[in-house]
Design a protein around this ligand. Structure first.
Ligand SMILES: Cc1cc2nc3c(=O)[nH]c(=O)nc-3n(C[C@H](O)[C@H](O)[C@H](O)COP(=O)(O)O)c2cc1C
Length: 199
């Protein structure tokens, strides 16, 4: 698909078919993260992919309220055959920015600690965006959604390093919706962009 078309047609999918994704499709989707940019090429992003039914149920049981799991909304989401938990490793950036080339170019030794948005979070978000776009390219549905509860238990259950940063989760699968949620009004180009000064 053409990039412009992919960007314009990508919508968060909240209703999935329970049809499994072929391994080759999952592989093609996941390969996209290898092309994601990262600060210092530190590549401190990782992706835990849950394809096993019981693992996926466990994910939802840990992170969602019991009452919510009984709603129609939840049932439509839980059908997604692939759950991807992206996480960021701060230590990859600390290590990378302690290498000589970075020590030479960054005079501020506290650079890593002084960023209001750490590189590892930015990098992870970029990689997730590639997954969202690639999913659309493959005509798959995807939803990025918040992890509401029990991050600590989630990490422990699935062996995610305790110092990893989580930013949310992706559900991926075949779309079971044609009518997407009516979006809030999109801002116009003049609201989003200004040239030369923000005054
Ligand atoms: C950081 C972030 C968190 C989000 N969390 C949720 C969520 O918990 N549940 C949900 O249904 N959608 C969630 N979304 C999806 C947004 O609601 C959606 O992107 C927005 O309404 C615009 O719609 P579109 O992506 O389909 O164009 C999230 C999106 C982002 C970027």
């Amino acid at each position: 698909m053409d990039l412009d078309y992919i960007m314009k047609t990508r919508k968060m999918t909240r209703r999935f078919k329970d049809t499994p994704l072929e391994d080759s499709v999952i592989e093609e989707l996941l390969k996209s993260v290898r092309f994601s940019p990262s600060a210092g090429h530190a590549q401190g992003f990782r992706f835990l992919v849950l394809t096993d039914f019981f693992a996926r149920i466990k994910f939802f049981e840990i992170t969602c309220d019991k009452e919510w799991l009984n709603t129609d909304k939840a049932k439509q989401l839980i059908k997604a055959p692939v759950i991807i938990i992206p996480f960021a490793l701060k230590r990859s950036y600390i290590d990378r920015y302690n290498q000589q080339d970075k020590l030479n170019s960054h005079m501020n030794r506290n650079f890593m600690e002084s960023q209001s948005t750490p590189f590892w979070i930015t990098d992870l978000a970029f990689a997730v965006m590639l997954l969202l776009l690639k999913a659309q390219d493959l005509s798959l549905g995807a939803l990025f959604f918040a992890i509401h509860n029990n991050e600590h238990d989630l990490k422990e259950q699935f062996g995610i390093p305790s110092d990893a940063d989580l930013i949310g989760t992706l559900a991926v699968g075949y779309k079971n919706e044609t009518q997407y949620r009516k979006p809030r009004k999109s801002l116009g180009i003049n609201d989003l962009i200004k040239f030369n000064t923000w005054k």
